[in-house]
Design a protein around this ligand. Structure first.
Ligand SMILES: Cc1cc2nc3c(=O)[nH]c(=O)nc-3n(C[C@H](O)[C@H](O)[C@H](O)COP(=O)(O)OP(=O)(O)OC[C@H]3O[C@@H](n4cnc5c(N)ncnc54)[C@H](O)[C@@H]3O)c2cc1C
Length: 823
């Protein structure tokens, strides 16, 4: 009786917590249980009476809002205000920037998959597609990467002109101002395509379209500023840059020492109120060639020309390059990716108030303006560049592995090579899925700052992984730079992508979970806001609502994690039916686990979680993998559940689930409050840790996608630079790749004939002659094999130079005599 009562009570408590029952339901359930306990059993009065009295007190304390607030919430509220971590203004502004979206769903522990699956798939307009197929293709053809990176150390003049004339600097500027008014998707596709051909060109185009004067003016500019500058920027008559970073302010950009003082001065022959600026900046992209500087500085008003306050805060201004006192023009050498980048400084540079972005109204709001614009831009440029590199590696390194032969077989047939090939292909699929999902959000007006930090960090890291793998597969052909090498420069450019727009270590350790925990959690921001409310009574009321909501939320996630852990997610909902059903269910489980761990970490560590960066990073990793896997599943649905994509979907999901599990295990191992860590492990993984690294057959299947021509390969690499013109290396590789697939059965026949002793010749030519003579292959087959030999030769050859130094001259790129291969 006792045991069944206990089991039933546990089941009811579990079910109520799982469903997130409200206070009223809990009280009713509790009263019913007590009634059953006292009336339905022969329990003695001296036990039943205190139980009822105690319960009545608890119900009275928790169930009557005014009593609860005074006796339970108020002490909690005081304690919370005391331990609440101090938040600087810049941090506060960063936290408030942008919006929340699917990241908030993941924080609930029970994401609404239907919401994700019903999001419209972003698509290009006819005009955007036309621009990609024509202007962008032409620009790619103008950008000879070797000439840019090795010979000119700059884009060729005709490419600069084409960029300006064809509106590449005005992709985000609305048509009313003479720009293209493109969607985030189109902007990303342009950068991605350019990056697959010439990263220098991609960076040159992406900067004016991401954080810079145009974006700032669009959001905050005065009517005059917009109508003066936006058409000039769209037409390329102004080249913009944005100068925030300096020697003393890198990651901690809010610490800029650059100074502006409000004063009167001369501007175009008139004495006007303005700002006298002094600054020292470095690493500024397009700085050396810019005509218009967007400048961030701290504004002071020592003469009180504007009012009482002396320190006015971070402010942004537009400074024409030719303003007296501006020094500009030197260049940094950025790992031989020669986009224009360099330092600049200003000494007593005077600009009028009308040059402040947004005018005097926006004085002191610079930091918020920057982080808001960054929240958006971070989701577009570098993810596009990274996916461009991943797609290029998938298409051309995959092809190389099918063409290049060692030990008489294509190297792509070796399991050791298939492992990195699988990573390249599946990570590219995952990156592209995350890119398009994020762009879809941006194009429906969201500005998800946590998600844009996730894609910035993870896509640049996956770019690093893909290109490192590609370098290993390409061997010497990846290392020897020259016109024939497609990936060497992508390898050199990795640290640039990693460092800019929020260096990756910082983004992982501080931003993703740090910002996510406050912005996306259903209750934490409400608790913070209530605690900061200057109206104490209203604050207490809001806090009461938030804190009890939060407690219910934690119980719900404990119940969900344990239930999903025991069933390994099997009994959770099935938003789709098919081969990906289990992945949805497992993500449901991991999402509940994440929500619970996030709360436990925040509750036990409070403000010190900010300093425990590695714990924060691991929680951020879990959140990120949940997002990336959601994107993969969404893409699979959006592309009509294409069966040929399944190997990539499988690899990406299994890899992410394994990483989620490992991040959680490392979190458990490092949480300072040990008993809680053990309990967490027990609740989340009650039957042990189920995930492992991907199996060999999963790797093999994923690798096959890029080792043969096919629709999955074409879908995976869609949108990068390809050409049929044999002058381009891309076309040479493609042609050899197609031929390799064509002759594969003939080569197999030849191998079998050799094993059977029919072919005894010591080299390729002899063996082909024998095979034709013996009727093993036809004359046409022999011609195909010979063509393959020629094409293969072209692809495996690397460049060499007569001199290597000051006057490097390309002399003999390729020997003319074909080598002799045995089959
Ligand atoms: C090629 C290039 C182009 C750029 N273009 C521009 C531009 O156009 N305009 C502009 O204003 N700036 C630009 N930048 C500057 C860029 O945004 C900064 O480089 C970046 O903010 C990092 O600053 P830093 O290089 O001084 O590194 P530091 O701030 O010195 O950081 C060094 C390392 O410490 C890590 N780190 C720092 N603080 C923390 C922390 N709290 N927790 C964990 N890790 C931490 C960082 O992640 C990094 O790995 C550019 C930089 C480069 C390299």
């Amino acid at each position: 009786m006792w045991i069944s009562g206990l089991l039933i009570s546990t089941a009811v408590v579990w079910a109520l917590a799982y469903r997130g029952a409200g206070t009223g339901v809990w009280i009713a359930a509790f009263a019913a249980a007590l009634a059953v306990f006292t009336v339905g059993s022969d329990v003695a009065w001296y036990i039943a009476t205190p139980a009822w009295v105690l319960s009545a007190i608890v119900v009275f304390l928790l169930g009557v809002p005014s009593i609860r607030r005074r006796h339970v919430t108020a002490p909690l509220f005081r304690q919370f205000r005391k331990v609440m971590p101090p938040i600087s203004d810049t941090e506060q502004e960063a936290r408030e920037a942008g919006s929340v979206w699917w990241d908030a769903e993941l924080f609930t522990g029970k994401p609404d998959w239907h919401r994700l699956l019903h999001l419209p798939r972003p698509h290009l307009s006819q005009e955007e597609q036309h621009f990609l197929d024509n202007e962008t293709q032409t620009l790619c053809e103008l950008l000879d990467d070797w000439r840019v990176t090795h010979e000119d150390k700059d884009l060729p003049p005709e490419a600069w002109q084409y960029i300006k004339n064809r509106g590449f600097f005005g992709l985000i500027i609305p048509r009313d101002y003479g720009g293209k008014g493109f969607s985030a998707l189109a902007h990303s596709e342009v950068v991605m395509k350019l990056a697959s051909r010439c990263i220098t060109g991609a960076v040159t185009v992406m900067v004016p379209n991401s954080l810079g004067p145009a974006k700032l003016l669009l959001h905050y500019g005065t009517r005059e500023q917009k109508s003066h500058y936006l058409p000039r920027l769209a037409r390329g008559e102004e080249i913009p840059c944005f100068a925030l970073t300096g020697p003393d302010a890198g990651s901690d950009a809010g610490a800029i020492p650059d100074r502006g003082e409000v004063c009167y001065g001369e501007w175009r022959g008139e004495r006007v109120l303005g700002v006298c600026l002094n600054w020292e900046k470095r690493y500024i992209t397009l700085g050396p060639v810019c005509t218009l500087l967007g400048l961030a500085f701290r504004l002071y008003d020592p003469q009180h020309l504007l009012g009482e306050a002396e320190e006015l805060g971070i402010t942004l201004a537009l400074v024409p390059r030719d303003t007296p006192g501006v020094t500009i023009g030197d260049r940094h050498v950025t790992l031989d990716i020669p986009f224009q980048n360099g330092p600049n400084e200003g000494r007593d540079v005077f600009v009028p108030m009308s040059q402040l972005v947004g005018g005097p109204e926006y004085i002191g709001q610079g930091w918020r303006m920057l982080v808001e614009c960054l929240a958006e831009g971070r989701g577009i440029s570098l993810p596009a560049l990274s996916v461009g590199a991943g797609k290029m590696a998938s298409r051309y390194t995959g092809a190389y592995a099918a063409i290049r032969r060692q030990f008489n077989v294509p190297i792509g047939r070796f399991e050791g090579v298939q492992e990195p090939l699988a990573r390249i292909a599946a990570l590219t699929y995952q990156m592209d899925a995350a890119r398009t999902l994020t762009l879809g959000a941006l194009d429906i007006g969201e500005s998800p700052s946590v998600i844009s930090a996730i894609v910035k960090y993870h896509l640049t890291e996956k770019y690093r992984q893909c290109i490192n793998d590609a370098m290993d597969i390409q061997g010497g052909s990846g290392i020897c730079l020259g016109p024939a090498n497609l990936i060497g420069r992508a390898y050199q450019a990795i640290p640039i992508a990693i460092t800019v727009e929020g260096a990756n270590i910082l983004t992982r350790s501080m931003i993703i979970f740090g910002q996510g925990a406050v912005r996306c959690h259903p209750w934490v921001l409400k608790e913070f806001q209530a605690a900061q409310d200057p109206d104490r009574a209203r604050g207490l009321e809001d806090f009461d609502h938030a804190v009890f909501g939060h407690i219910g939320f934690v119980f719900g996630n404990v119940a969900r994690s344990l239930f999903l852990g025991l069933t390994r997610g099997r009994l959770s909902g099935k938003p789709v039916k098919g081969p990906t059903t289990r992945y949805f269910q497992q993500l449901q489980w991991m999402s509940a686990a994440f929500a619970l761990c996030a709360d436990v970490a925040m509750m036990t560590l409070g403000g010190s979680l900010k300093r425990k960066e590695r714990l924060s990073a691991r929680l951020g990793d879990v959140l990120s993998e949940l997002y990336l896997t959601s994107a993969v599943l969404k893409r699979y649905e959006d592309t009509g559940q294409a069966e040929s994509d399944l190997p990539l979907v499988r690899w990406a999901c299994e890899n992410s689930l394994y990483h989620i599990q490992e991040s959680l295990r490392l979190l458990f191992r490092n949480l300072p409050f040990r008993p809680l860590a053990w309990l967490l492990r027990l609740v989340i993984f009650p039957t042990g840790a189920p995930y492992t690294e991907t199996n060999d057959h999963v790797d093999r299947d994923a690798a096959q996608v890029i080792l043969r021509p096919g629709d999955a390969r074409d879908r995976l690499t869609r949108g990068i630079f390809v050409s049929d013109d044999i002058r381009f290396r891309q076309a040479q590789i493609e042609s050899a790749f197609v031929q390799a697939a064509r002759v594969a059965p003939i080569e197999k026949t030849m191998r079998e004939a050799k094993r059977a002793g029919i072919l005894r010749g010591s080299n390729f030519e002899q063996q082909v002659q024998e095979a034709v003579a013996e009727g093993v292959i036809t004359v046409t087959d022999a011609a195909e094999l010979e063509r393959m030999q020629r094409l293969r030769r072209e692809v495996v050859m690397v460049d060499s130079f007569a001199r290597y130094g000051k006057q490097s001259v390309l002399s003999a790129a390729r020997p003319t005599k074909p080598a002799i291969y045995a089959v």
